[in-house]
Every structure is written in structure tokens, then in C-alpha cells.
Design a protein around this ligand. Structure first.
Ligand code: GAR
Length: 223
């Protein structure tokens, strides 16, 4: 019998994070498998990636629901049919309500291309460049009510250079999104995550690398 936990992934577009989870699952790097992909966009590219991997896909049309809560209840209904243990928002560009969050409290994650709580919302990479930060990165967090809100599970820091564009920074960050989302899923699958208020404790070996983890950017190379 399979010990893999069942994942439901919600997308709106390209689906490269979805793909990274599918790849990690197929490679046996995570004890989890995607059983259903739900999209609010009929022609989301990620739906095709799911199909070629024989994963069920569902398009739920926002136009058919008057309220966000009604839409979210439909999403929950589908996720429950598939006995999903963990829900992943992966470029799902809708604000989700308690109707979705409550049934999956501490079992629903999101990935965001910035070091939250900086730069929530859309165009996070552009926001980081316009603000002039020297580091940005990406964050996986448990989802709470609000935009890109909730206890942080894992972050990766990515340097920003003077000549970065939103595109070049997005590309650099995305590489790390594809690393940390599968990691967060595996921490969950191993039962290593404990939410304590705003903080997520990660137990077990190898969870933290604090030794040389000091980052300086830009760096004056002179002694
Ligand atoms: C990713 O960069 C993800 O972090 C971001 O959308 C992109 C989706 O790409 N999500 C947000 O900005 C959430 N606020 P993908 O469809 O290729 O995974």
C-alpha cells in the first residue's frame, strides 16, 4: 500500500511549481502525489502538464459563482472527493476565503516570490526591484485569511543586482521556488511541521543550516 500523501494543487497559469512537485513525486523525493489539479482558468498551461502526467484536472469557472465563498466551497467539495491531505496553491491568483481555509486549516500552503511579509500580492519581483532591496527570494507559508498571509514554513534568499529586471529576478527566484516547495511538502509528509501561533517549528535532523548562513549583498571584497 502506498504511504504517499494525496495532494490537490490549485493553479491559474503556467504551472511550473506544479511541475516541480510532480517531478519530485515521480523521482521519489517526496512522499506525496498530486491526485487532482484545479484551475480557475480554462486554458491554464499547467492543466496540460497535469494531463500528460495522467493527473485529473478540473476547471471551476469563477463566473458561475456569485460569491468567493461559494466558489471556494465548490473547490473544497472536489478536494474532498479526492481525499486530499494537503492543498497547494501554486500560482493560484485568487484570494481564498475561510470557506476553503477552514476545512484545510494548517493543511493548505502557498508559494510566493518574495520574502514575506515584504511584497505580497501581484508582481512581487517588480515590487522588490522598485523598492530597491538587495535581497529578495521566495516563501512557502500556511494559508490564512488575507493576501499571501500565514505562518512561514520555509524561505530562500536570492540576491538582487543593479541591472536586474523583473524578468531576470523572477527567473532567479523561480529556480528556488522549485526547490523549496517540494521541501515544504516533504516536511509536512514527514509530520515535522508544528504551527505555534505565527511560527512554524520544523523538527528533525537537517532542518536548519545556520552556521554560515549570513548573506551580504553587495559585498566589499577588501580586507
Ligand atoms: C510563481 O512565481 C508563484 O510564486 C507566484 O506565481 C507564479 C506562478 O508560476 N505566486 C504568487 O505571486 C502568489 N501571490 P507557476 O504557475 O509557473 O508556478
Amino acid at each position: 500500500m502506498s504511504k504517499k500523501i494525496k495532494l490537490g494543487v490549485l493553479i491559474s497559469g503556467r504551472g511550473s511549481n506544479l511541475q516541480s512537485i510532480i517531478d519530485a513525486s515521480k523521482a521519489g523525493n517526496i512522499d506525496a502525489e498530486v491526485v487532482v489539479v484545479i484551475s480557475d482558468k480554462k486554458d491554464a498551461q499547467g492543466l496540460e502538464s497535469a494531463r500528460v502526467n495522467n493527473i485529473d484536472t478540473i476547471f471551476i469557472n469563477p463566473k458561475e459563482y456569485k460569491k468567493r465563498e461559494e466558489y471556494d466551497r465548490k473547490v473544497v467539495e472536489e478536494l474532498k472527493k479526492y481525499k486530499v491531505a494537503l492543498v497547494l496553491l501554486a500560482g493560484f491568483m485568487r484570494i481564498v476565503t475561510s470557506a476553503l481555509i477552514e476545512p484545510f486549516r494548517d493543511r493548505i500552503m502557498n508559494i510566493h516570490p518574495a520574502l514575506l511579509p515584504s511584497f505580497p500580492g501581484i508582481n512581487a519581483q517588480r515590487q522588490a526591484i522598485e523598492y530597491g532591496v538587495k535581497f529578495s527570494g521566495c516563501t512557502v507559508h500556511f494559508v490564512e485569511e488575507g493576501m499571501d498571509e500565514g505562518p512561514i514554513i520555509i524561505q530562500a534568499v536570492v540576491p538582487v543586482s543593479d541591472n536586474d529586471t523583473a524578468e531576470s529576478l523572477s527567473k532567479r527566484i523561480l529556480k528556488y521556488e522549485h526547490k523549496i516547495y517540494p521541501m515544504a511538502v516533504q516536511f509536512f509528509a514527514e509530520g515535522r511541521l508544528k504551527v505555534e501561533g505565527r511560527r512554524v517549528a520544523v523538527s528533525g535532523d537537517g532542518a536548519y543550516h545556520l552556521g554560515e548562513g549570513i548573506l551580504i549583498n553587495p559585498y566589499l571584497n577588501r580586507r
